[in-house]
Design a protein around this ligand. Structure first.
Ligand SMILES: [Zn+2]
Length: 361
């Protein structure tokens, strides 16, 4: 078993690269263990205690927490993409924190009910992009299609196990979406006002791997490119865990919550929108990201992102994803209320954002 020597002491997650990760976790996790998956992987964990979660919507998280409270468990193993991991991280902590029985989502978001965790939490990502396996926050969706972030040390998994074979069945579209999410996490970490040398190191390592592996992971996938993207996504997640995301993520939430556009495609599109203006606000940071990706400037980063979309058979105009001119107001209005927006370098006025969105409509 390899233990990846990527995590500095500030990140408490123990990361392993382990072929056969699911069986390994079922064999090694403290028992009794409960494995949480989306519906697709149900059969692979039939030998252990098991529950499924469909999404990271608050109702699904509450149902999973109630299920976990009833079970005898020393370990919860989250196996899936970002939604499964985000939902399980919160549900596991809620199940271990009796005060959350009567808590609503606002209480958790505001930290009025601090989450604790007494059982072990392991995470096995089945996509290469989210980075949720090494962060202390979860994106949870309300029934109205709004995204909120729940945060706390209890949400750091104890162990993350990477097995890029689990990503082999991803379609070109899902590979592009999750890879663009990893790209956005790295680029946004670099220009975030919270960036620091350690996050820059992880983010530039991620972008070098993304340049080498993402285009072919989409259009001609093989184990080498899948493995490269798994490590790239991990580096991006570690970078992001210092920095938090910025304007592209803040702008993306209405696209996902209200129009149903996959998170990674939504952030890829929003990255395209804000790259030109961000180059004016933080030229050195954009240059650093471009250099790591092996391209020149914001134009070079944008060309790379467009190529990834095209390789998945997708266009890069917002209207191709169902966005109307009227919806640009919704995107702008929602984003300005998001705390993530404050991490963007410089000031982005509403008119500037609107113009940037209009340029890719
Ligand atoms: Zn993301």
């Amino acid at each position: 078993m390899d233990t990846v020597n990527l995590t500095a002491s500030w990140n408490p997650v123990r990361v392993q690269v382990q072929p056969g990760a699911i069986q390994h976790a079922i064999n090694r996790a403290p028992h009794p263990a409960v494995a949480i998956t989306g519906p697709r992987l149900r059969d692979q964990v039939a030998a252990t205690g098991h529950a499924t979660v469909e999404s990271a919507h608050w109702a699904a998280v509450q149902a999973l927490a109630a299920d976990l409270r009833r079970r005898d468990r020393r370990c919860v193993i989250a196996i899936g993409g970002g939604s499964v991991m985000d939902a399980t991280k919160v549900a596991c902590a809620m199940a271990d924190t009796p005060e959350t029985l009567d808590a609503d989502l606002d209480d958790l978001v505001a930290g009025r009910v601090p989450l604790r965790r007494t059982s072990q939490l392991w995470a096995i990502p089945t996509t290469a992009g989210t980075g949720s396996e090494v962060t202390k926050w979860s994106s949870i969706w309300t029934e109205n299609g709004w995204k909120v972030s729940v945060e706390g040390r209890a949400l750091y998994p104890d162990t993350a196990i990477l097995d890029s074979a689990l990503t082999a069945s991803m379609s070109a579209r899902l590979t592009a979406a999750t890879g663009l999410d990893a790209t956005a996490h790295a680029v946004e970490s670099i220009w975030s006002t919270n960036h620091r040398p350690e996050s820059d190191q992880h983010a530039t390592d991620a972008l070098r791997l993304i340049a080498a592996h993402l285009p072919l992971a989409v259009s001609a996938p093989d184990p080498e490119h899948r493995a490269g993207m798994s490590i790239a996504a991990l580096h991006s997640g570690l970078a992001l865990s210092w920095c938090r995301s910025t304007a592209p993520h803040a702008l993306s939430y209405p696209l996902t919550g209200l129009l149903g556009i996959e998170h990674g495609l939504a952030v890829g599109l929003m990255l395209l929108a804000v790259l030109p203006v961000t180059e004016h606000l933080a030229p050195d940071r954009v240059a650093l990201a471009a250099q790591a990706l092996g391209v020149a400037g914001a134009d070079g980063i944008a060309a790379f992102i467009r190529d990834v979309f095209h390789r998945a058979g997708l266009g890069t105009r917002l209207r191709e994803f169902g966005v109307t001119p009227e919806f640009l107001e919704v995107i702008t209005g929602t984003a300005l209320t998001q705390p993530r927006f404050a991490n963007h370098p410089g000031r982005l006025a509403a008119e500037t954002i609107h113009e940037a969105l209009n340029n890719i409509l």
